[in-house]
Design a protein around this ligand. Structure first.
Ligand SMILES: Nc1ncnc2c1ncn2[C@@H]1O[C@H](COP(=O)(O)OP(=O)(O)O)[C@@H](O)[C@H]1O
Ligand SMILES: [Mg+2]
Length: 252
């Protein structure tokens, strides 16, 4: 599909090893601007490692990762991270900061004026479905899990980074809240035109969010394509994931 789209991130024959053992091997793929690429795979398949190679929490042992056409190793680390929002499940918000201060963190670091920060924070809270008057002054422990993840998304969006990395951000939520936030996030992503790389082991979640699915298995990207292409894939690992979906439906 997006042959003629601009490339946001490109993996060129990337291998990352620890103690001479490759955790991911020979990754070759591009992420296009504005797409939602879901990296799907069972636990330990190399999804988080792949993600960390994008924002340079890790650097390739072999090959290179290009961000906006420039290898991550040549980027100024701070500048690179400012272009990439990061949402994860656990290490989240600062517990001793209010919601307002958590969301306004990066703009404050970038030297925005207090008034501007406040306007931006309120705008973002509304965007993720939290009424600012009600939530801006609360602390993270005064929020439900779903509300905390919304704040996490708002914080990642605060300085308007073109790319968002999301590593199983909704994993800990109850299934109803989870579906709600998935659907809202999909809408938000399309509306804002962000490039999103989303990691999950949940095929149902992959189908809600993805414009393309990349399937990881044993540190390799074994399938990459649209949902239709994924459905037609005959790779044993895609068949195993599709079987999970079917057995769910069969039990209804
Ligand atoms: N710091 C590390 N040192 C050594 N091995 C690691 C390290 N981090 C992850 N691994 C291993 O690398 C593989 C891929 O891990 P990871 O990318 O976290 O997988 P996923 O996110 O798909 O669950 C796993 O086998 C994991 O045990
Ligand atoms: Mg992981």
């Amino acid at each position: 599909m997006p042959q003629n789209h601009q490339i946001a991130v490109e993996f060129r024959d990337v291998t990352f090893s620890r103690n001479h053992r490759p955790l991911v091997s020979h990754l070759n793929f591009s992420i296009f601007q504005g797409e939602a690429l879901v990296l799907l795979g069972r636990s330990g398949s190399g999804k988080t490692t792949t993600m960390k190679l994008i924002n340079r929490l890790l650097t390739p042992t072999e090959g290179e990762v290009l961000f906006d056409g420039v290898p991550t190793t040549q980027w100024d680390e701070i500048k690179l991270r400012r272009k990439i929002g990061y949402v994860i499940q656990e290490i989240g918000l600062f517990p001793h900061f209010t919601v307002e201060r958590n969301v306004g963190l990066v703009p404050a670091l970038e030297g925005w004026k207090p008034k501007q920060i406040k306007m931006r924070v309120y705008e973002l809270l509304r965007l993720v479905g939290l009424e600012p008057e009600q939530f801006a002054g609360r602390y993270p422990n005064e929020l439900s899990g779903g509300q905390r993840q919304r704040v996490g998304v708002a914080r990642a969006l605060a300085a308007d980074p073109p790319v968002l990395l999301m590593d199983e951000p909704f994993g800990a939520l109850d299934p109803i809240t989870r579906l709600e936030i998935q659907q809202e996030f999909r809408r938000l992503q399309q509306e804002l035109g962000k490039t999103v790389v989303f990691v999950t082991h949940d095929i149902q979640e992959a189908f809600v969010l993805a414009s393309r699915i990349g399937l990881m298995y044993g540190g390799e990207l074994v399938v990459l394509g649209t949902k239709d292409e994924f459905m037609r894939s005959l790779h044993p690992e895609s068949l195993a994931f599709l079987q999970c979906l079917r057995s769910l439906q069969d039990n209804l």
